[in-house]
Design a binder for this molecule. Sequence first.
Ligand SMILES: CC(C)(COP(=O)(O)OP(=O)(O)OC[C@H]1O[C@@H](n2cnc3c(N)ncnc32)[C@H](O)[C@@H]1OP(=O)(O)O)[C@@H](O)C(=O)NCCC(=O)NCCS
Length: 177
Amino acid sequence: MSASKLIRPSAEYQDDYLEALAEYHAEGRYLYQDIGRLTLDFDEFIKELKTEKGYPHQPYQDWVEPVPETIVWLVKDKKYIGTVDIRHRLNWHLEKWGGHVHFNIRPSMRGLGYGMKILKKSIPIINYIGIDKALITIKPDDMAGIRIVEACGAEFEDETVATDCFPAMRRYWLDCT
Ligand SMILES: CC(C)(COP(=O)(O)OP(=O)(O)OC[C@H]1O[C@@H](n2cnc3c(N)ncnc32)[C@H](O)[C@@H]1OP(=O)(O)O)[C@@H](O)C(=O)NCCC(=O)NCCS
């Protein structure tokens, strides 16, 4: 058994990633990643992820410029466990709701300590990208997410007010130096 580690996305994990993607879809995440298309050309998907071009922000895709985004995966024993999206800078949308860093553990692997690991292991990478203080936003009812960012030493800034389009978010700054 090996230790979990962060890697750049790799086609080696195709089958496991697609299983995880079905789990994410069931809870409404990563719906813009189409399982059919990815199954047909996973290599192309990996290539796209590595271009670091970022994603259009729903529902304001015509109003918010995508920012470059580095994606890393947490893996262990040839299994995909989770994803960290690191945005290289903020735009108005990320500043209020999305933050610099978003991390997900696949639903079937939650509650096993990987959420804490994925953020702790990401800190040197976030800093390597040039971010000293990373904004991380968490939904107020996400007790595991709050526990993780607070245990990593992030400082609470404020809580945004819910709008028609976005839920309220607790905003934290994580020192990555
Ligand atoms: C948030 C998320 C990453 C947590 O992943 P996870 O692997 O289940 O987290 P862990 O097992 O490492 O648990 C993290 C901590 O939260 C605690 N925790 C878990 N569920 C909890 C709950 N309902 N109430 C309070 N604490 C809770 C755990 O005990 C652990 O604390 P500890 O190390 O002091 O024991 C995962 O639920 C997820 O991917 N959610 C969707 C995306 C998201 O919300 N991301 C965070 C915002 S960017």
